[in-house]
Design a binder for this molecule. Structure first.
Ligand SMILES: NC(=O)C1=CN([C@@H]2O[C@H](COP(=O)(O)OP(=O)(O)OC[C@H]3O[C@@H](n4cnc5c(N)ncnc54)[C@H](OP(=O)(O)O)[C@@H]3O)[C@@H](O)[C@H]2O)C=CC1
Ligand SMILES: Cc1cn([C@H]2C[C@H](O)[C@@H](COP(=O)(O)OP(=O)(O)O[C@H]3O[C@@H](C)C(=O)[C@@H](O)[C@H]3O)O2)c(=O)[nH]c1=O
Length: 294
């Protein structure tokens, strides 16, 4: 099975590109070779690589900046995704796509399931929901995975932000009333490739549709920060770490509102990410090393 990864230079796309020995042939294109906002370029790209499955990792992910750049955000997360959906549908190629916990408003008690009604409270979340809807409208063969609080070796993420701040700060204020499931990129890649492998081998694969990829234990951003620093100390990667002060969201104003409850659950028992705490321990040495030159 030939897989084409779109957005191959981003945080998640780059992780897919590392899984060449997974039994799939994986090609990847970055924005320079395939700008999803350019329909012709997407068509040419699919003609050139002739994949069996497309995995889309391209997105506009700057949550705060999106509030002021609504047009650009929708151009990528809706219009670009619609281009991909049309091209895949025309060729009868399945499209794997990623969405976010930020499609929900965070007001529910307990976990969010696939059949809960989205109600985004920021521009990024709105644009991601619009992208999902475009795929559901145009494609018959698709898998949309909603994921949350992603971190990995590549690209910007909260783990890197905390470790950068640790270089200069002895104390950090971090919000403790927003809860969710941090998710490591290797766990996402394994879950997705695993479900594609099951479909290929004729085992019960996932039916086409929209799924959550739960990642537990759920934590607040403040607890996540504390865990990052504790793990870095335990592994003797950092000798001194900042003290984390828990604060309410009201004391950390941001241009974009974020959901207070971002905990994702799934009605599909087979879908889940691997343990993020163990994954973080494996990733930390590489992440800290990559920040050393900055
Ligand atoms: N990061 C997170 O915490 C979460 C991410 N997700 C979703 O997971 C997916 C992957 O996210 P992640 O890897 O973290 O995001 P990144 O921002 O790290 O990567 C996105 C990639 O998309 C590329 N891109 C942007 N615009 C275009 C375009 N017009 N055409 C082609 N490529 C483009 C970017 O290129 P360039 O660098 O040139 O801009 C970048 O390489 C996205 O769908 C995101 O919404 C869901 C939940 C949480
Ligand atoms: C840096 C920092 C952030 N915060 C808060 C702000 C915010 O509420 C929370 C997380 O901050 P960030 O801006 O790093 O994370 P954010 O960009 O909101 O992360 C989101 O990205 C998109 C792409 C998604 O799809 C989501 O799943 C989620 O991962 O932590 C602090 O309280 N203190 C700090 O020092």
């Amino acid at each position: 099975m030939r897989i084409l990864v779109i957005g191959a230079n981003g945080q998640l796309g780059a992780e897919f590109m590392r899984h060449q020995n997974s039994g799939f042939q994986i090609d990847g294109v970055g924005r320079a070779e395939c700008d999803i906002c350019d329909l012709q370029e997407v068509q040419q790209c699919l003609n050139r690589y002739d994949p069996d499955v497309v995995i889309n990792c391209a997105a506009y992910t700057a949550v705060d900046a999106a509030e002021e750049n609504r047009e650009v955000c929708f151009a990528v997360n809706h219009d670009g995704v619609l281009n991909l959906a049309k091209c895949c549908a025309e060729r009868s190629i399945p499209l794997v796509h990623f969405s976010t916990d930020y499609v929900f408003d965070g007001q529910k008690e307990g976990v969010w399931y696939e059949d809960d009604t989205p109600n985004p409270i920021n521009c990024y979340g709105e644009s991601k929901l619009a992208g999902e809807d475009a795929i559901r409208k145009v494609c018959n063969q698709y898998l949309i995975f909603r994921i949350s609080w992603v971190f990995g070796q590549y690209g910007p993420n909260f783990v890197k932000t905390m470790l950068r701040l640790a270089k200069t700060r002895s104390e950090l204020n971090v919000v403790s009333d927003q809860y969710g499931g941090p998710t490591a990129t290797p766990c996402i890649v394994r879950a997705v490739l695993g479900s594609l492998a099951n479909s290929r081998s004729g085992e019960r694969g996932l039916a086409w549709g929209t799924y959550h990829l739960p990642s537990e234990p759920f934590v607040s951003w403040a607890q996540f920060a504390e865990f990052i620093f504790a793990k870095a100390q335990e592994l003797e990667l950092l000798s001194v770490v900042p003290q984390v002060h828990s604060i309410p969201t009201s004391e950390y104003p941001t241009p974009a509102k974020r959901p207070l409850n971002s905990r994702l659950g799934s009605g599909e028992q087979e879908v889940s990410a691997c343990d993020w705490q163990t994954a973080l321990g494996r990733l930390l040495p590489g992440i800290i090393h990559s920040l050393e030159g900055e």
